[in-house]
Design a protein around this ligand. Structure first.
Ligand code: MEV
Length: 319
């Protein structure tokens, strides 16, 4: 007698994507309400697949295994999954999570926000329900607070944005740029925990509010100057502002020897300016180039100075 094979019920899956981000200027001060400028890194695309399963597992570059024994660094994505499942009335204990991400973790390039955003979008797809921008943002922010401690919301916007953003008073707006802007991003290869950096600034502020508030005010002014320089197409001025911001961030205690070394190497290689980007304490620097050819040269100099990876990103002029 021939065995009868019953067809398996179709696996229910949902996928979602998001991308990396880079902060041009305004990290940390943005947590205290100052403006910031960030742009999407569309080449660094995260893809998440959620699958309904009786034995849910996690598959990702940083962990493969049962959901129940996931390590600490998966707390933000699992928070995103739990919150999104609650919102879309899915059973989170029966969902496998597959994260495919080219964004190095804990490098200030938006890995946590991008993974959470892709999870929230995948959960919406799995449930077959609509996801508004505000819902997406709010769900991702639950996870970002786990990742950052206090979160300004900048990353949650930037990893879903189509254009560079000026983020002011919690509201993202497309940024005006008069000329094309080419930047080099270089990874120190050393992770930096954003929650630790944000917590460190908070602790310093409790200790000496006047000093830290004056540094935050300086970063706010530099960000306004960067916005003006971008609007006027004054790249030399923008570069000068970025380098000054790095020095203020150094005083805030969120740089590192490696970040300082790469900033110096970028400036020596002819960058118009350079600074750390993101939470700091490790992670990446961003350097402003004259043009594409200059960017290639700066990237090579940064690799020679110890950067483990470099990316070149060009922002198109908006007018
Ligand atoms: C992290 O990418 C940016 C910070 O300003 C934190 C935040 O905005 O929540 C350091």
């Amino acid at each position: 007698t021939a065995a009868i094979s019953l067809p398996h019920p179709p696996l229910r899956t949902g996928t979602g994507t998001a991308h990396g981000k880079s902060i041009l200027i305004g990290e940390h001060s943005v947590v205290y309400g100052a403006p910031a400028i960030a742009f999407p890194l569309h080449d660094l695309e995260v893809r998440v697949t959620l699958t309904v399963s009786d034995k849910p597992v996690i598959k990702s570059a940083v962990y493969n295994g049962p959901v129940a024994t996931a390590p600490n660094r998966l707390r933000p994505p699992l928070t995103a999954l739990r919150e999104a499942a609650k919102w879309f009335e899915l059973d989170a204990s029966k969902i496998s999570l597959e994260i495919d991400s080219p964004i190095p973790v804990e490098r200030g390039l938006g890995s946590s926000a991008a993974v959470s955003t892709a999870i929230v979008r995948a959960a919406a797809a799995l449930s077959g329900k609509e996801l508004t921008e505000l819902e997406r943002f709010n769900l991702v922010q639950h996870a970002e607070r786990v990742a950052h401690g206090t979160s300004s919301g900048l990353d949650a916007h930037a990893v879903a944005a189509l254009t560079p953003l000026l983020f002011r008073a919690g509201v993202p707006k497309p940024l005006r740029t008069k000329t094309e802007v080419t930047v080099v991003i270089a990874d120190t290869g050393t992770p930096g925990k954003t929650s630790m950096a944000v917590g460190g600034v908070r602790a310093m502020r409790e200790n000496d509010t006047q000093l830290i508030d004056s540094l935050i005010a300086q970063l706010a002014e530099l960000t306004a100057a960067a916005e003006t320089a971008l609007g006027a197409g004054e790249l030399a001025e923008l570069g000068h502002v970025l380098s000054q911001a790095h020095r203020v961030l150094h005083e805030l205690g969120v740089t590192s020897g490696e970040l300082n070394r790469l900033v110096y190497a970028a400036e020596k290689a002819g960058a118009l300016g350079a600074k750390m980007t993101g939470g700091g304490l490790g992670g990446c620097v961003i350097a402003l180039a004259h043009d594409q050819a200059d960017a290639t040269r700066i990237a090579a100099a940064l690799a020679a100075a110890g950067a483990t990876h470099t990316w070149v990103s060009t922002l198109a002029a908006t007018e």
